[in-house]
Ligand binder design. Structure first.
Ligand code: PGA
Ligand code: ZN
Length: 397
């Protein structure tokens, strides 16, 4: 039984305030979790409210319904209470930031009461048998860094790694190697919000560096490392075209460009190649290259089962990005994962560009047998998750 729910503002990795929740149970269980925050947010996401407002609203509407009234082990009931307390479709009253922090803190408190690791509580006895391949952000720009590539993320994908630890170390090595290659070209790259290098180079040069860095690390590690993209195309879409600096592409040209890059570089993964409302464009690209690469909807689906169901119906993709704060509760998040898995869509569990030391998504990825997790390559708020995956792999978490 929940004895207390405390909310407080803490810092995220961008130095912005975010919501942290502490939950204590009558039996002495404790769970703590914090909400992440996006920069290239989808227009259909649940609403992140200003932190002080989200905390005040949750204190007024949600906490009185939880304290002394709900059991942390009953995640669905807790998440229903959050919805009822909020009373809107998109958490615009208590804020998805308050909701997701409370929802995740409850799961952690439940795991604590059980004396089990979080992934085991979330996944049960029959899940958590495999490890996700980490997609490591190596070079990028978009909304995460000014004056860098238009494409938001160039992601290393160590698909041949024999263990999570090898995969995590390989991504870090690709990051270091790419940094050296950039310096060799006279670039002095800063890092963007997720720790990726953010040089002022063209997409063409970024593709070349990714190919060279992943090949070189694959050679020394002895397993296959591919790469992929998060185009975050909704952020490029203006006046009916995709804007790449001075270059502009129509929808047909954008589809042709991405399909060409998939073939030329054997891309493992392409997220949000088209605008967040262009189900038809997504379907066209998936039709062309979906047999050889994951076409993943992030801003397109926003971890929302209704939007995912529409995408499945229309053949819009073959993969979905999963971000708990896009939908506001763990129950809704797991519903999206399960609908995806039933429909042959690969779920990719993901961080946000604004993060904390919270490691819930590492456990969620293991608990759901997700084939991929996207949580950066370097930087403390990213390595918090990656190192947690290494610990889980080592059986010590
Ligand atoms: P965001 O970016 O957290 O800024 O939305 C991550 C992504 O687009 O995948
Ligand atoms: Zn994205």
């Amino acid at each position: 039984l929940i004895e207390s729910v405390r909310l407080r503002p803490i810092l995220d990795s961008r130095g912005n305030k975010t919501v942290e929740a502490d939950i204590e149970t009558a039996s002495g269980g404790f769970g703590r979790a914090a909400a992440p925050s996006g920069a290239s947010t989808g227009e259909h996401e649940a609403v992140e409210r200003p932190v002080e407002e989200a905390i005040a609203a949750a204190r007024e509407h949600a906490i009185p319904r939880l304290e002394g009234a709900a059991y942390v082990g009953d995640q669905r009931e807790i998440d229903q209470i959050l919805h009822a307390a909020d009373g809107t479709e998109d958490f615009s009253e208590i804020g998805a930031n308050s909701a997701v922090a409370i929802s995740m803190a409850a799961a952690k408190a439940a795991a604590d009461v059980l004396g089990a690791p979080l992934y085991q509580h979330l996944g049960g006895a029959f899940r958590g048998r495999s490890f996700p391949t980490p997609l490591g952000n190596i070079i990028g720009g978009g909304e995460h860094a000014a004056e860098a590539t238009a494409i938001q993320e160039f992601l290393a994908a160590p698909i041949g790694a024999p263990s999570i630890r090898d995969a995590v170390f390989a991504n870090a090595a690709v990051h270091q190697t790419a940094g050296e290659l950039l310096r060799d070209r006279g670039e002095a790259p800063a890092k963007g919000d997720e720790g990726a290098w953010a040089p002022s180079i063209t997409e063409d040069v970024a593709f070349e560096i990714m190919a060279e860095a992943t090949d070189s690390v694959a050679d020394s590690f002895g397993f296959e490392i591919g790469f992929g993209l998060d185009v975050a195309a909704a952020e490029l879409y203006e006046d009916g075209a995709y804007q790449y600096g001075t270059d502009s592409k129509s929808t047909a040209e954008q589809i042709e460009y991405v399909a060409e890059m998939v073939r030329e570089y054997d891309l493992v993964y392409v997220e949000d190649p088209l605008d967040e409302n262009d189900f038809d464009g997504f379907a066209e690209l998936t039709d062309q290259v979906g047999d050889r690469t994951l076409i993943c909807g992030d801003d397109l689906f926003v971890t929302n089962t209704a939007r995912l169901a529409e995408g499945i119906e229309r053949g819009a993709a073959n993969s979905i990005l999963i971000k708990p704060n896009q939908i506001g509760t763990l129950s809704d998040t797991v519903d999206a994962v399960e609908l995806a898995q039933r429909s042959g869509y690969d779920p990719v569990i993901s961080h946000r560009s604004g993060e904390t030391e919270d490691t819930t998504i590492a456990h969620l990825a293991v608990a759901t047998d997700a084939p991929f997790i996207k949580t950066g390559a370097v930087g403390g708020e990213r390595t918090a998750k990656l190192n947690e995956l290494i610990r889980i792999g080592d059986g010590t978490s």
